[in-house]
Design a protein around this ligand. Structure first.
Ligand SMILES: [Zn+2]
Length: 634
């Protein structure tokens, strides 16, 4: 069993806990003491370690988890003490020869299980096929002793790390020893580092440097600080500097817990031009690897900072799902394109209330024909039915109306994709206004066979003139379709079907909500959903997503994308553990509502802790928390 267990996943960033106690340990700062005899620093365990690797001087190395003694006692109980670990000392030659590495590997693998927990991986062996052997063991912590060599080439650093992290199971912690500026912590955590240490504080304190959250200052001229280390006489500079590191780790931890790490990274990378370029590169080349590990079920505000936000994993995932999973209601014949609003959900904004009024003036029968698409950046296209789900209800952008080339291209492409699923007689009503929108509609017009009518090209969308034009055009357009036979579907049913398709896969909405549904309870309380008098699901007000009772999941279990194949016919306890998992759908994201299936029967619903991709990699620890179990007659 591995020492760590991921409690939360956000891209390659994770909260790791001790497996048995679930006490959170990462992101963490490891304390080191400065051994006088060694040039530089060395990491310590607080119990003796034997460097098994070579005949180098046997020094007592200690590594102290930075947690309070009372908690440590609970966390590191005897059977789990990382004692007698092989440790590749940091003072060993940086370039380890192939022969030495193999010898080390051999030694490591021949250790008894309990001791096989910490492995040192030199940079030039990241892609070695020998690592597979390590992954089969209980190895829990990998020390990347010389990763820092890539710090001058952030792009290469990000690439190597992404590849390595993708290969490793998420319950393996990565420790980057040595002097690392806290300005890098958020980015390094985002690409998968779990532990840093306090050696940076030693290094700069020795050089007379005073660290603050946003810079370094000479010891005799720095901004005032009122921490206990600065208030004492004499000032404890090391204590102060170390405190800044602890705060920086705590800041990353907070962002991971709140699902806002990406926003933090986007803000932090602007302090460093190379990092900003690296992030864009990562999104472009490895975006999918991050996307498949980033939760979509969330209620964290998506603060879009700049162009980076366009390729933010959660934003790409939204666009991808609109493309792959959103299918317009079959009777839709009039597609209305509307601009977004700062207030979310859009329908509660002043502008959208005005649009709604204009629609009503065209007559109430318009609504069975109408499909509303909100055109916006960076999400591109938000169907009205999905305006309440994450991230549609939770994003904000500093300046609306300024569209970059990329935004125009991405948005018009997605819009064309969505439009291709409407009936061939459908008519598009373009109620958008302004430069970027003009370019988008122009591209659409050129590439669609559907007829496009403008209602707001001369005046702003909320002007009296434009609104009147909208009502008139809707009224005349609807006449064209009045001879058709349409089934009346209430807007709740349409909405629930769209959410279900988006969440569980295309076609599931039609099966779960074939006819009229009833919702009880209003925002901010979570509405309960009833079908034929049966309580079948809950719509969570905080995220906009659904929870379905296991008995009703049965109906969609063969087409759903959120399945976890389980080896037994019941789940004991309140967690699903990795050894029982036969296979997880790789489209499962952390935090997703998933269905635990045994031989085609849904035995429970659960909340995923890690992505499906990573569930398949884990060999121990829990992968999901059970929400509801199917009642079985024994
Ligand atoms: Zn201070």
């Amino acid at each position: 069993m591995r020492f760590f267990q991921p409690l939360q996943q956000f891209g390659f960033g994770r909260i790791l806990a001790e497996t048995r106690t679930h006490f959170p340990l990462s992101p963490g700062l490891i304390s080191i003491e400065k051994p006088e005899s060694i040039n530089g620093y060395s990491a310590y365990f607080d119990f003796p370690l034997i460097p098994d690797f070579s005949s180098k001087d046997l020094v007592d190395l200690k590594l102290v988890w930075n947690i309070s003694d009372s908690k440590k006692e609970r966390t590191l109980f005897e059977s789990h003490q990382l004692s007698l670990q092989p440790y590749y000392p940091s003072y060993a030659p940086e370039q380890i020869s192939k022969k030495d590495y193999e010898k080390y590997l051999e030694n490591f693998l021949s250790l008894p299980n309990l001791e096989k927990q910490i492995f040192v991986l030199p940079l030039n062996h990241y892609e070695s096929n020998k690592i597979d052997k390590i992954l089969e063991s209980d190895c829990s912590l990998i020390i990347l002793n010389d990763l820092k060599k890539l710090f001058t080439n952030q792009r290469k650093l990000a690439e190597r790390m992404t590849k390595l992290r993708n290969k490793l199971s998420p319950d393996i912690g990565l420790y980057l020893p040595g002097s690392v500026s806290p300005a890098f912590y958020s980015f390094l955590s985002y690409i998968g580092i779990d532990f840093f240490d306090n050696s940076f504080a030693y290094k700069i304190s020795e050089n007379g440097i005073f660290l603050t959250e946003d810079g370094v200052f000479p010891i005799d001229n720095h901004p005032p600080c009122f921490c206990s280390h600065c208030s004492s006489t004499p000032k404890n500079i090391f204590g102060h500097n170390e405190q800044v590191l602890k705060n920086a780790v705590a800041r990353v931890d907070f962002a991971l817990n709140n699902g806002t790490l990406r926003t933090m990274v986007e803000q932090d990378v602007h302090r460093n031009i190379t990092f900003a370029a690296t992030l864009r590169h990562l999104d472009k080349i490895y975006g999918e690897l991050f996307r498949k590990r980033t939760p979509l079920v969330s209620s964290a505000q998506v603060r879009c900072v700049g162009e980076e936000s366009l390729f933010r994993p959660v934003v790409s995932e939204f666009r991808e799902r609109i493309k792959e999973r959103f299918r317009p209601y079959s009777d839709s014949r009039i597609v209305l394109l509307l601009p977004c609003s700062a207030k979310k959900p859009y329908s509660q904004s002043r502008t959208h209330l005005m649009f709604r009024n204009a629609m009503k003036k065209a007559g109430s029968s318009i609504f069975s024909l109408l499909s509303e698409l909100i055109v916006t950046s960076p999400l591109s296209v938000v169907p009205r039915e999905l305006e309440n789900i994450y991230p549609a209800r939770f994003y904000d952008i500093p300046v609306a109306g300024n569209w970059s080339e990329n935004e125009i291209k991405i948005t018009s492409n997605l819009l064309l994709d969505v439009l291709s699923h409407y009936h061939k007689d459908s008519i598009i009503i373009n109620h958008l206004h302004g430069h970027g929108y003009e370019d988008i509609v122009e591209k659409v017009r050129k590439n669609t066979t559907l007829n496009v009518i403008d209602t707001s090209n001369k005046a702003p969308t909320t002007s009296h003139e434009s609104l009147k034009e909208l009502s008139n055009v809707l009224a005349t357009t609807q006449e064209e379709f009045l001879s058709n036979q349409f089934t009346k579907v209430n807007s709740n049913t349409k909405k629930l079907r769209a959410i279900s398709d988006f969440q569980f896969g295309p076609g599931t909405g039609q099966i779960l909500f074939p006819s009229k549904v009833k919702l009880k309870g209003k925002y901010p309380r979570s509405p309960q959903i009833f079908r034929d008098g049966q309580h079948i699901a809950t719509m969570h007000a905080s995220t906009g997503f659904l929870s379905i009772f296991p008995a009703y999941v049965e109906d969609i279990s063969n087409i759903s994308l959120n399945k976890l194949q389980f080896g037994a016919n019941y789940v004991s306890g309140s967690n699903v553990y990795a050894p029982g998992c036969l296979n997880a759908d790789e489209r499962i994201l952390p935090e997703d509502e998933i269905f635990v299936v045994h031989e085609n029967q849904v035995i429970a619903t659960a909340r995923a802790l890690v992505s499906g991709l990573d569930m398949n990699k884990m060999t121990s620890g829990k992968v999901a928390e059970v929400k509801k179990k199917l009642k079985v007659n024994k």
